[in-house]
Design a protein around this ligand. Structure first.
Ligand code: IPE
Ligand code: IPE
Ligand code: MG
Length: 248
């Protein structure tokens, strides 16, 4: 059976694409070259995701903390975004990718913001895959913004504090009503979330690998999917067999 025939594949995969800089340094290249190589990996993984039938891919492109990097690296990342929006857009569109950007987009230069909005608008009816690009995104910011939105509704008398169900909080976050990620992949060897999707990852399966993002191939991605397929998701319950054992 091929992966595309497996029904229990993750619907939603989130990825922290880490290790571009170290990959480049090891090769005596500039960190910018590492980010460029990272973009090539991303294209490969988006295509593989479409091929096997993953419905949603949510990738971490730039965190709210990445502004702390040297100005030259931030600028080269911004140039890379702009270039990618210009050069990759048509292929993504042709491949049926629906693009969405999550994060504090208004901090980006106007030309990037305009291209992001145009890309979202022109691909909104595409159905091969939803690609959420987290840019200037932080999980704590996401929760803070949701709290602010809910408080405004309380202030204007639309809801009462007692109406704040978990579902209401989820709906006010960036990914709103989308199913939460089933699988999170972090490349590059670190085992931390770096402020990514803090609320939405509560019950996500976590897969960490040492491979640096520019080396993350189809084979590596398939390995992560197989890891997911072998995991039993219990959500605080008991294994299915044990459940049967104790049921009477
Ligand atoms: C991830 O790679 C890409 C971004 C954060 C934009 P890094 O640039 O963090 O690479 P390392 O972790 O320094 O190797
Ligand atoms: C997380 O990677 C952000 C992205 C991949 C965009 P970082 O390299 O910024 O995370 P830390 O600094 O290792 O936590
Ligand atoms: Mg890093």
């Amino acid at each position: 059976m091929t992966l595309s025939e497996v029904e229990s594949l993750p619907k939603h995969v989130a990825i922290i694409m880490d290790g571009n800089g170290r990959w480049a340094t090891e090769k005596g290249l500039s960190r910018t070259a590492g980010h460029q190589a990272g973009l090539e990996s991303l294209k490969t993984i988006v295509n593989r995701s479409i091929q096997v039938g993953i419905e949603i891919l949510t990738i971490f492109a730039f965190s709210s903390e990445n502004w702390e990097r040297p100005k030259s690296e931030v600028n080269s990342l911004l140039n890379l975004f702009l270039g990618a929006l210009e050069n990759e857009f048509h292929t993504l569109h042709e491949n049926g990718v629906k693009l969405s950007f999550i994060g504090q987009i208004d901090a980006f230069p106007d030309d990037i913001q305009t291209k992001m909005k145009t890309a979202e608008e022109s691909t909104k009816n595409n159905t091969s895959i939803l690609l959420n690009v987290a840019a200037n995104y932080g999980g704590r910011w996401d929760i803070q913004r949701a709290v602010q939105k809910i408080c405004r509704k309380i202030e204007s008398g639309i809801i009462n504090a007692k109406d704040i169900e978990l579902d209401l909080i989820s709906k006010n976050l960036c990914l709103a009503t989308l199913p939460e990620p089933d699988l999170l992949i972090r490349t590059g060897g670190e085992k931390r979330l770096s402020n990514y999707l803090l609320w939405q990852l509560a019950y996500t399966e976590l897969y960490f690998c040492d491979t640096k993002w520019p080396d993350f191939s189809i084979a590596e991605f398939d390995k992560a999917l197989h890891y997911f397929l072998a995991v039993e998701r219990r959500y605080g319950g008991v294994p299915q067999k044990a459940g049967v054992e104790y049921s009477n």
